[in-house]
Design a protein around this ligand. Sequence first.
Ligand SMILES: [Zn+2]
Length: 797
Amino acid sequence: MKKEYYSIFACLFVSIILGLIYFTMIPQWTSDDEGLPTEFSTKRALNQVETISKKPHYVGSKNHEVVTNYLVKELNKLGLQTSIQEGYTLSDWGNLVQSKNILARIKGSNNSKALLLLSHYDSAPHSYSPGASDAGSGVATILESVRAFLHNKSPHKNDIIILFSDAEELGLNGAALFVTQHPWAKEVGLVLNFEARGSSGPSYMLMETNKGNAGLVKEFAAAKATFPVSNSLMYSIYKMLPNDTDLTVFREQGNIQGYNFAFIDGHYNYHTAQDDINHLDKNTLAHQGSYLMPLLKYFSNADLNMTQASEDYVYFTIPYTFISYPFSWVLPMVVLALTLLIFLLFLGKAKRLLSFREIGKGFIPLLGSLITTGLITFFGWKALLIIYPQYNDLLNGFTYNGHAYIAAFVLLALAITLAFYNYFSAKKVTMNHYVAPLIIWIIINGIVAFALPGAGFLIIPVYFGLLLFAAFIITQKSRKILTLVFSVPALLLIAPFIQMFPIGLGLKVLFGSAVLTVLTFGILLPVFGPFAKKGIWSLVLFVLAIGFFAKAHSESGYEYGKAKSNSLLYIYNADTNQANWTTYDTNLDSWTKGYLGKNPKKATNLNDIPLFSKYNSGFTYAAKAPTKEIPKPSITFLEDRIVGNQRYVKIKISPNRNVNRYDIFANENMAIHNFKANGVSTLGQKNSLYQRKGRKILSYYVVGNAPLEMQFSVNSATVLDLELLESSFDLLTNPLFQITKRENWMMPTPFVLNDAVVIRQKIKPSPVVVANTLNPAVVNPVVKERAAIVKDSLKVE
Ligand SMILES: [Zn+2]
């Protein structure tokens, strides 16, 4: 090959390999036809999603019931008998709700353990999310796969349980109800859970197990999914994130393990009004189906006890293939790589092909480009957040133009690296300078072996690098075709993470992508080192990077389908008879300004009671609002007695309007014991003390306006200091308010209490009784009905 064409050919080769990886990861060009009844049809599944996601169907909404009935009917249509499991659960972070699980069971011929297919059917509250991806896509995947499975009369040994769980979005309550209370739970041997944290991209398989993953790994490999996408590094990272799924409850509460299948790209649509049928990528839905069909066939016949193991495995996927080996190989593989490198170094030195001085010089372009790109990307993204303050509006940390920024910074990283190598590394010393990246990669793998063995597969590209290095030392020549072929493992195993990290963890980790780009370049140095005109290539990539920055700029505004999120709440304080408008937004827009005014005050006073927020966002601004005649809840002390040094209290709070949520707070000094709410105590409660963080006791999501009944005991010397927030999610439709509709480029902020009419009020027994401490009836432990006492003492006076 002529020298001047090599660089063009090499770039083409690398681009084609990357393109192939991208396009073979998930099904492409999904058909718009229904196809054969014997197969999973993405079109039929999409039709299901469309029906389920017509309207928001969060727990407590009217449409929730519509969807429940629809799903029961669809299961019946498949010839299955359904049952509903209903009941209250109180999650360990204080979410109380009555969930309604939908269940069906297909009898197997020779059952040992049952296979459970799981997805949740409730949508996220507060933000008008229709729940197409999350998790309508999961429910539809199960319905369509089971339909095909039954149509084919597929023989199976194991029972198959279908569980459409409820209240996942509130606190995994439906799953908890099933695991802790349903008799079928003990028979479950394996769970396949379908989820979404976005609206597009590949669906990643993520295992959940209390023990070793070896059994799950081997069985997953045996099931032969067509498009497996997963690796053990992702599982390690997933474990560190606060993204719990229903399957987490199965693992923690029931020691039942399984696989999650979840897609995460398009994070900006997650839990928003944009989680609709139009934003769900049909290739992604096809990918979900491509998992369940073979897995259903395999696991409905497999011995599910085989998924148990104590050992851990490293695993990763390349297109159409799932590869794994034991954790115990990780360290020896690193040691062997190091030994091989040292041997080659001395051999190369003896053959006068290497000079330690030149090898040392090889660190200059590598570390120089690593540090420069790391810093430029880190501070570059910070600067962009200042230049485009609107990027702070979306709390999930991935902007609508985020993909353009990934491309821009990766190209910039490559441009910088090529510039460094152009200046500090001549063609003829490439193999000397290749030692630096080999050493850095072996160090990284050494750290990985001890700290994050799930990433152990990163040693594989290093081996291909060492082989190239060995070929050079032995033959004294670099072979271009061999070099290109041996670059493929690095492109397969490392390159996808460059995009995956910011998609998974947010654009704040873009610098990680940039650093990884340089490191990938390093391991591929034999490919790029011999480029004749690195300076020109650097310039070309720099211009391309600018192009992507320009693209990102042109897409930095809001429009319909890429909406700005905003929030508005009306909070009436019943104790002070004052009302406020408030918001979580940092950038007010025309809509919020209509209520908060042009110069609203900081909302510091409203943040003394911390409402749950995934991103710890408190209220930002507040403004005085007119007081309205909103019916306050009735608070009754059903029981209030003192036995010994303990005070026993039972409080009933009944709404006098249509409400959706109660948040109860208590002074942090109150040690609360034997707590029960609507008859249930906290899941996994170990001793009598009620565990809580800060002032919050619980968030109760109301179904059918059912009142809240709390009972607990405190030390009799403790002052009862309780407060409630009663919220209805109807600010925009409540006839007491004439709120203008949002413009079409706006949507409600997800993850926080939003669009709500809130009453804030202290929870107190009648002050008459508290003041009258000399009344023997109060001090006396036999007082039972506080309400009756109040009446009596009023009569006396
Ligand atoms: Zn979900």
